[in-house]
Design a protein. Structure first.
Length: 114
């Protein structure tokens, strides 16, 4: 059974930092591209960052220079380091694993207050 479990969300003040983790099981993690997406209330889910099996990263323009995605194949885990957080970063953050099909976690809430 495939599981993606996000953690690390919470309540943080503007300018603060959070580190999200997504622990996976049931997949051969090293051969999956991984990503973080987010969905704010009343909005569509949007891409935040992705990382390929080779470590190439891609970011939404809104988070470039503030967020960093990374992966640890030994721990089957992908991370999202979020710095200089803004209220507009408030959303539920979802982990995604994709190869021939994709899998999703249940999400972790991030709330940034001013």
């Amino acid at each position: 059974q495939v599981q993606l479990v996000e953690s690390g969300g919470g309540l943080v003040q503007t300018g603060g930092s959070l580190r999200l983790s997504c622990a996976t099981s049931g997949i051969v993690f090293s051969i999956y591209a991984m990503g973080w997406y987010r969905q704010a209330p009343g909005k569509q889910r949007e891409l935040v960052a992705t990382i390929t099996i080779g470590g190439t990263t891609n970011y939404a323009d809104s988070v470039k220079g503030r967020f960093t995605i990374s992966r640890d194949n030994a721990k089957n885990t992908v991370y999202l380091q979020m710095n200089s957080l803004k209220p507009e970063d408030t959303a539920v953050y979802y982990c995604n694993a994709v190869r021939n099909r994709d899998y999703w976690g249940r999400g972790t809430q991030v709330t940034v207050f001013s």
